[in-house]
Ligand binder design. Structure first.
Ligand SMILES: [Zn+2]
Length: 245
């Protein structure tokens, strides 16, 4: 009887080991990893005048190849600027006026937050993360900061200045000041901002806290730019509509 119990127990252990091995091997089976070339995160100049050639945004530096099925829980992000400093206008994702196809396959690959010149604007970290790049990009002479949180990355681009603690390899905490938005053509402040999952830019709207989402939607509602709204009626328009996970 004792031997039988040992035998049965041994079989159970073997079955468990096989089951675990099977689950692990299944996890490795999936669609081939895709590493598409990232189109330029061309920043626009924050004016009502069409801007010039596309500006590279350093997006190609991100080579996160983690597969979607292994992605962690969805992140929750706060407003990337001080709530007391509402935007004066927003340039939505997917617009094709300043980012025409085919040079920009998906149109504008992020959201531009813009403010009238005047009192200083604070760009702040909308979630804890690690700074994977913080550099001045020569082509537009502005600072581009990218901060990673798990498999997500957030780009705060085209900043005029960044704080001394914002250095590659450093960490930021939710609410920490990153810097101030870029001045373009002397009539607007502008920050080009993106949420990425791996290498893919996604619509961030459903990642914001309800308060942040409401403030950004109000910023879009208050944007008085008929030509832009005809081209891209929503904050995530065109190819970015519903592209949020
Ligand atoms: Zn932009």
């Amino acid at each position: 009887m004792v031997n039988k119990k040992i035998l049965v127990g041994g079989l159970v252990v073997i079955i468990l080991i096989l089951a675990v091995a099977l689950i692990k091997s299944n996890k490795k089976i999936g669609p081939a990893e895709v590493d598409p070339a990232i189109p330029d995160g061309a920043g626009q100049n924050g004016s009502l005048i069409k801007d010039g050639p596309a500006i590279p945004d350093g997006g190609n530096e991100i080579k996160n190849k983690i597969k979607k099925e292994e992605v962690q829980e969805k992140i929750i992000i706060s407003l990337p600027y001080a709530p007391s400093q509402p935007t004066s206008s927003i340039v939505p994702m997917g617009e094709t006026i300043f980012h025409p196809k085919p040079q920009n396959p998906e149109g504008h690959p992020g959201i531009d937050f813009q403010w009238n010149l005047g009192k200083p604007i604070d760009i702040i970290a909308c979630i804890n993360g690690e700074i994977i790049s913080a550099m001045k990009t020569p082509s537009h002479n502005k600072w581009d900061v990218t901060i990673e949180t798990g498999n997500y990355a957030i780009a705060y681009h085209e900043l005029e200045t960044i704080d001394s603690k914002i250095i590659q390899g450093g960490k930021v905490s939710l609410g920490q000041r990153i810097g101030e938005p870029g001045k373009f053509n002397g009539n607007h402040y502008n920050m080009h901002w993106e949420l990425r999952l791996g290498t893919e830019r996604i619509c961030p709207l459903n990642y914001f806290t309800p308060d942040a989402k409401a403030r950004i939607e109000k910023g879009w509602a208050d944007t008085n730019w008929p030509e832009l709204k005809r081209n891209a009626p929503d904050i995530c328009s065109g190819d970015y509509k519903d592209k949020n996970d």
